[in-house]
Design a protein around this ligand. Sequence first.
Ligand SMILES: Cc1cc2nc3c(=O)[nH]c(=O)nc-3n(C[C@H](O)[C@H](O)[C@H](O)COP(=O)(O)OP(=O)(O)OC[C@H]3O[C@@H](n4cnc5c(N)ncnc54)[C@H](O)[C@@H]3O)c2cc1C
Length: 433
Amino acid sequence: MKTAVAGAGHGGLVAAALLAKAGHDVTVYEKKKREELGHDWEDRFTFSLLSEITGKEIDGNSWRYRGDCAFVSPSYKTRVIINYSDENRQKIMERKYLINELVDFAAESGVKFRFETEITGAYIRENRVSGIKTRGETVEADLVIDAAGVFSPVRMSLPEDFGIEKELARGDLFYAKRAYFNKTDGDMPDVPFEVYLCHDREQGLSWCCINEDSVDILIGRIDPLDDGKFEKCAENFRKAHPCIGDKIIRGGQSAVIPVRRPLALMTAPGYAAAGDSAFMTTPMNGMGIDLSLKAGRLLAETIIKNKNAKPETLWEYNRKFHALYGGMTAKNEGLKNSLLEVPGEGVDFLFDSAVIQASDLAGAGAKTSIVSLLGKFIRGMKAPGYFFAIIRGLIKGAGLKKALESAPRDYDLKKTAEWQKRTEQNTVKVTRK
Ligand SMILES: Cc1cc2nc3c(=O)[nH]c(=O)nc-3n(C[C@H](O)[C@H](O)[C@H](O)COP(=O)(O)OP(=O)(O)OC[C@H]3O[C@@H](n4cnc5c(N)ncnc54)[C@H](O)[C@@H]3O)c2cc1C
């Protein structure tokens, strides 16, 4: 089977490698040069997943631990501190190392690469995706794996009757800029990693992470950033932490992160998306590496098991993705969007009155006891409008999870369209400007 992978996204590289290992003819088409792949910064994800996939040990120089974390309310009055234990302390890895490991793994598995090749869209013949169009040629393929990121030209050029969403709503994306500044003295604060919610009273967040040798600053907003915004935030952080220098020593790139539920429909005849092209991130924190890697592996395993990439096989991948991961990760879209709907003073109230606590922010899956919920309810009822906005978000999120996890068993465009509508009914829209 001839497979074209659009873009050297993480999930596409994993699927490419596993399919090539199983004897498929796979080529990755990537617009950048190999040495330009990946960002010049570090990311958090599950390292064991990477070694499990590539079968290789991780180089000890490629990562470091991140310190304890403080979530800061918009007024700066309340800081919710998360002290990590040794077992669950956050580890961050160089993105360039990660992407190089995946490219090497794919190449060693027999995948061919065409770097500096920009894809312009899908090649459609007889109502199926039959390849890709690049600047200059049409490449025919039995399967196209879309790993070309948020603005994938392949997804954007699919025929409407495949039912795959193209339009994004406000709040679905985070416009981010991230850079590492020099550090002018050696002091390390007790809590080196600060995350500011609704920072500067704007819809989004910022972080400031003081490392031994540098300071990592990120700002993310749901509306496009203007040029001065990043410098203004860095200047604010400098007032609180005079050790932040004014030279950018790494990074400095702008990028977009999907922060919404994954696409309900992410496959069509001859087409399957994996990674940011299908918005596979956790909405609250924009983490998408684990999900991309898992999606790539699931896609390849499903094709190998069925010995084909027929629409029914791709649908099995689509359905299983939601049952295993999509529903769970989409769950907190409701909470994220309802927090975006609440103005800064509302977020202050939720922090100051301990409706939002360390246990809510420490990570997904933390259990909340009835006693703690009751306490939140009593405190939250001092401002019921804000409190119920959050509760509504949580309820909608639970409904979205349930809807995504109950996809129709068979691939049938009428049934899948009805199911997609059901998932949309469980979303919280961002209307506040
Ligand atoms: C600032 C920032 C911090 C983040 N931090 C984390 C984190 O700590 N942990 C985490 O899990 N996730 C994090 N993420 C999210 C994470 O980067 C993505 O979710 C993840 O990389 C999956 O994306 P992808 O591989 O599918 O797509 P991408 O990484 O966007 O890769 C797409 C590839 O396709 C190529 N491409 C695009 N268009 C074309 C075209 N027309 N023709 C050919 N090639 C094309 C691109 O050049 C690129 O190589 C962060 C994102 C940002 C922006």
